[in-house]
Design a protein. Structure first.
Length: 280
């Protein structure tokens, strides 16, 4: 018997099961979270996954994000779902928390250091941001630079990136690449943390996912996030922010409109496997 490639249907089902385990944990410990990005669109428009999508994003306010990790000191959410984070593993090469199914396996071939994880969901942190729009733009620009340098340091040169801009950027930075890598990815992660934690979440009027790819469009007014609403998603119910319409409109415009058929494809080019003998 050998490991078997997961189908997109198995991938989606496994990710929803991770999300349900996360939801129940948050309910038990009174932690706030909201579906983010395309996952929130899926809940509103499809009552589940966007049919061609294959990932799940959630967002947590900084106080809850910190407490969540503290409540999983050994990194285990339950019997076979584990946190991938620097609190669990100081060498973890990720700026966010991931929760993955330990029965599955994926290896990132474009990383310069060995990195293996399983089928996962992403947990992004919502941090306090500047109230002044110009200062806020500067804050997000600094975070974008820190993230881009981190990615250049961590990944192999020449690989395809999540966006065309990131793919082009690696060539523009080629002359400086030895110096960027000499700094080490952990220092870039410390810089990313420093930017994210400069403003106290509870003291800020505006908050946002500073590490999100949409930049300042990830910003929202903190007071309009609650009370969170439960939305149907593949037979379960999960939370979206009270201001989900404003949030999704800022990110995508008319998010209820389906994209052209040519764009209805997964953004990821990864293969996830069931480990040998671990299929449910």
């Amino acid at each position: 018997m050998s490991k078997r490639l997961m189908t997109i249907q198995e991938l989606q089902k496994t990710e929803v099961e991770i999300l349900q385990a996360f939801h129940l944990f948050c309910e038990k410990h009174h932690l706030r979270y909201y579906l983010g990005g395309g996952t929130a669109i899926g809940a509103i428009r499809h009552h589940g996954f966007i049919p061609w999508d294959d990932d799940i994003d959630v967002m947590m306010p900084r106080p809850d994000y910190v407490k969540f990790q503290q409540l999983c000191p050994n990194g285990m959410l339950d019997a076979y779902r584990k946190l991938d984070s620097r609190q669990v593993d100081p060498d973890c090469p990720s700026a966010i928390v991931r929760i993955y199914d330990t029965r599955t396996e994926i290896t990132f071939d474009n990383f310069r250091i060995p990195y293996t994880i399983g089928c996962w969901i992403d947990v992004f942190c919502i941090d306090g941001v500047e109230s002044d729009p110009q200062k806020r733009k500067k804050q997000f620009r600094e975070m974008r630079v820190a993230n881009d340098l981190f990615i250049c340091c961590l990944t192999k040169f020449g690989g395809k990136r999540r966006s065309k801009m990131a793919t082009i950027l690696q060539y523009a930075l080629l002359p400086a690449l030895p110096f960027i890598r000499a700094v080490g990815y952990k220092k870039y992660l410390r810089w990313i943390d420093d930017i994210a934690k400069r403003h106290d979440f509870d003291a800020c009027e505006y908050v946002g996912v500073l590490g999100g790819r949409a930049g300042v469009k990830e910003t929202m007014k903190k007071s309009s996030m609650e009370p969170a609403q439960l939305m149907d998603f593949d037979g379960y119910q999960f939370y979206v922010a009270a201001n989900y319409d404003e949030y999704l409109t800022n990110l995508y415009g008319d998010y209820m409109q389906l994209p052209p058929e040519s764009e209805r494809v997964s953004r990821h080019e990864i293969n996830v496997y069931w480990k040998e003998g671990m299929e449910p």
